[in-house]
Design a protein around this ligand. Structure first.
Ligand SMILES: Nc1nc2c(ncn2[C@@H]2O[C@H](COP(=O)(O)OP(=O)(O)OP(=O)(O)O)[C@@H](O)[C@H]2O)c(=O)[nH]1
Ligand SMILES: [Mg+2]
Length: 376
């Protein structure tokens, strides 16, 4: 049933995708590059990209997003390439998605849905699974409301409810009950976490939180600093979905503190996911110090840093003292000076490291301890 929550069936996952975006500047080189990240998101779901489409438009078309003519072109392009999925690098309304599906004959995902599928694939713990389910329900319910209204027009006379509406309404109410149940459960997780934080702060234990773009090297940094090889770090997006806290020692100064790793950020992170992961993200927003881990070797480190700052603002963590940890310096050379001076000129305190080769880590540890000694 189109528009209903789509359960994940990896066996029937799309075989190849066309990716599309609109660009007010007119299908420029950079708008094609923008699509690279959507391609990377899809490759994390093992969906290869068959082709890219950029449509020059000042604003999205309210009913088809990309425009009717372009949608029909996409239908033919997909048939020629054998693609069976259209992924759009933006948020689609339920109407846009359903119209695009009808016009192209393809399954249609927007960027938020693509990101949620990766989260679904990565979620292992019960808490992560519940948080992803909550985000997915919140994302899907509005499209059911639209469909309920459409169905009520079929078969329903004046003042009566159509048979379709009754069915959709019943389904929607069931999903809303599930939302309430999950929210109640996550509320108790938040209370428990808040109690732990209260005890930690009462006992004078400092907490450093690692935040940053996905795949920037947060888990690798925690693994190196906490000297714990069991911490998983992988070259894939959203590897970490749960908060993991470890003790880190600074032998030179004879002190230690806690360091926590958490879920990574990305451009246009769906608000439903940010809201659902509140219990996890609160660990970052209650830290004494943030390390904003930034991948110096990524195609757009400054842009990624901006995205992270935006998300920190959304979760109320932008006022917490922070250092920018410019990571993966073993992979770059001249760019480091350029990026770090760009960040410093904005008033950021920058430290260059390689979490992998451990270059710069003693200086980072020292700087953290010095900061805590200043504010004792
Ligand atoms: N060359 C190099 N690779 C690094 C460095 N730090 C991390 N990596 C690699 O980058 C990839 C991602 O590292 P993670 O530590 O999993 O990144 P993350 O920020 O925790 O990613 P998510 O949990 O997915 O958000 C892995 O393949 C790491 O080996 C570094 O300093 N140098
Ligand atoms: Mg990680």
């Amino acid at each position: 049933m189109k528009g209903c929550p789509r359960t994940i069936d990896l066996a029937s996952a799309p075989k190849s995708a066309l990716i599309a975006a609109i660009d007010p500047a007119g299908g420029t080189e950079s708008s094609f590059e923008e699509l690279d990240e959507l391609g990377l998101l899809l490759s994390n779901l093992d969906v290869p990209v068959a082709g890219k489409v950029v449509q020059k438009r000042r604003a999205p078309d309210p009913s088809t997003f990309i425009g009717r003519g372009k949608a029909l072109e996409i239908r033919d392009f997909a048939a020629a390439l054998g693609a069976n999925l259209l992924a759009v690098d933006d948020a689609l309304t339920p109407t846009q998605r359903s119209n695009l599906e009808k016009m192209t004959g393809l399954e249609v995902w927007d960027r938020a849905f693509t990101i949620m599928r990766i989260f679904e694939k990565r979620a292992i713990t019960a808490e992560a699974k519940l948080q992803v389910e909550l985000a997915r329900l919140k994302y899907e319910i509005p499209s059911l409301k639209g469909l309920g209204r459409q169905m009520s027009r079929l078969g329903g006379g004046i003042g009566t409810r159509g048979p379709g509406e009754t069915e959709f309404e019943r389904h929607r109410r069931k999903l809303e009950r599930r939302v309430k149940y999950i929210e109640k459960h996550l509320q108790s997780v938040r209370k428990m976490r808040s109690l732990h934080r209260y005890r930690r702060s009462r006992d004078g234990i400092r907490l450093v939180s690692l935040v940053g773009y996905t795949n920037s090297g947060k888990s690798t940094l925690l693994r190196s600093l906490a000297k714990d090889e069991s911490i998983r770090a992988e070259d894939r997006l959203f590897s970490t979905l749960d908060t993991l806290t470890k003790r880190v020692s600074c032998p030179a100064r004879g002190r230690s503190f806690l360091m926590s790793d958490t879920v990574g950020f990305i451009k246009k992170l769906p608000p439903e996911l940010v809201a659902a992961f509140r219990a996890t993200l609160e660990e970052a927003s209650s830290a004494d110090l943030l390390l904003v881990v930034t991948d110096a070797s990524s195609p757009a480190p400054m842009e990624n840093f901006e995205v992270v700052l935006g998300t920190l603002r959304d979760i109320g963590a932008d006022e917490i003292p922070r250092f920018v940890v410019l990571n993966k310096i073993d992979k770059v050379s001249d760019e480091i000076v350029f990026i770090s001076s760009g960040l410093s000129s904005r008033g950021e305190d920058v430290i260059c490291v390689s979490a992998l080769t451990k270059e710069g880590l003693p200086a980072l540890l020292d700087k953290i301890c010095e900061k805590f000694e200043e504010t004792r």
